[in-house]
Design a protein around this ligand. Structure first.
Ligand code: TXA
Ligand code: MG
Length: 310
């Protein structure tokens, strides 16, 4: 595939290539090249101390990047990789500080997308890749969205269609005594608990080093409010748009799917399109309190935080 070869050339020279994963598009750079890594932070406008996830082609490469790897990491990798799970482990010596934000841990995952896997295999090493959006904004789930976010800042965008999962990976910290979810994703804590046969903590407080855990993140430019099903009617105003699973007779409504996988798949693209339409507010119907909605609830809350200060 010619375009993959072109991507490899750019990456080997220390350039940036955006590529599709099953979650969202990533902005990739050679994880061993500090000059290339610096370009990621510049392109995103991201603070330099926020660590990056390193994408690898296969589970066996874990030991190139991490050390003191617990048995649980191999069990999880065998069960969920390639897939939307990032493992935080003790970093191996020689991993650039820019990847880890100067911490002694590293985030690693094998993405489940044929283009990403081909790219990683041909590249032959790890690619650091945050979501390919400007810092704090909605992650891109199509190649077109990457271009809208980053334009000339990225050398090449590999088009792999729209991302299946649609929200970012579950981040699981295995570097300490307890197993902790730092960012919920579509692989849920109960799936992990069942597999490991032990309790999994969920990290609640803000951790500045986990940018997705900042109070405000993943935010469209339009103000977002989350309201209950009963309250929706109060926002039935031509200047607003209602994003809801339940049917109503609203002036502007986007119908959302009733199951969490389908909802996650369309969420970011829906918001991205609504952002272009200059509504005064985007009103999102609250979602079920069930665990399979955790990742979506997390993202919706963070979008609404920024906007409630406007
Ligand atoms: O699905 C995903 O994870 C996407 C695709 C492209 O793989 N990537 C992604 O990257 O969401 P990013 O940089 O937008 O979010 C990664 C999160 C950040 O919040 C970062 O702080 C956290 O992972 N992270 C990375 N390494 C870490 C570490 N060593 N310790 C704690 N958090 C870490
Ligand atoms: Mg991100």
């Amino acid at each position: 595939m010619f375009v993959i070869d072109k991507a490899i050339k750019i990456l080997k020279k220390g350039g940036l290539v955006a590529f599709p994963t099953e979650t969202v598009y990533g902005l990739g750079a050679d994880a061993k090249n500090p000059k290339a890594l610096k370009k990621i932070f510049a392109a995103k406008g991201r603070p330099i101390d926020h660590p990056l996830i390193v994408h690898i082609a296969e589970t066996a490469a874990l030991s190139d990047w991490a050390c003191d790897i617990p048995e649980e990491a191999w069990i999880l990798a065998n069960a969920f990789w390639p897939g939307p799970l990032t493992l935080i482990l003790k970093k191996a010596p020689g991993v650039p500080d820019l990847v880890t934000g100067g911490q002694d841990t590293i985030g690693l995952r094998v993405p489940n997308h044929p283009v990403a896997l081909e790219l990683l295999k041909k590249f032959g090493s790890g690619l650091a890749a945050p979501s390919a959006n400007r810092f704090g904004r909605v992650s891109p789930t199509t190649a077109q969205a990457v271009v809208e976010e980053l334009g000339e800042r990225v050398g090449l965008v590999l088009d792999g269609g729209s991302c299946n999962v649609g929200v970012e990976s579950t981040i699981l910290d295995l570097s300490g005594p307890e197993v902790t979810i730092l960012r919920p994703g579509m692989i849920t804590s109960s799936q992990i608990e069942t597999l490991l046969n032990k309790p999994v903590r969920t990290f609640k407080k803000n951790a500045p080093r986990v940018s997705g855990a900042l109070e405000s993140h993943y935010a469209p430019q339009t103000k977002v409010q989350i309201v209950s099903t009963q309250e929706l009617q109060q926002f039935n105003d031509p200047s607003m748009v209602i994003v809801a699973r339940s049917k109503g007779s609203f002036k502007n409504q986007i119908f959302m799917p009733a199951d969490p996988e389908a909802y996650a798949h369309v969420l970011y693209q829906t918001l991205r399109e609504l952002d272009k339409k200059n509504f005064k507010e985007i009103i999102i119907e609250e979602i079920p309190e069930k665990a399979e909605w955790d990742a979506i609830r997390d993202r919706l809350k963070k979008m609404a935080v920024k906007n409630s200060r406007v």
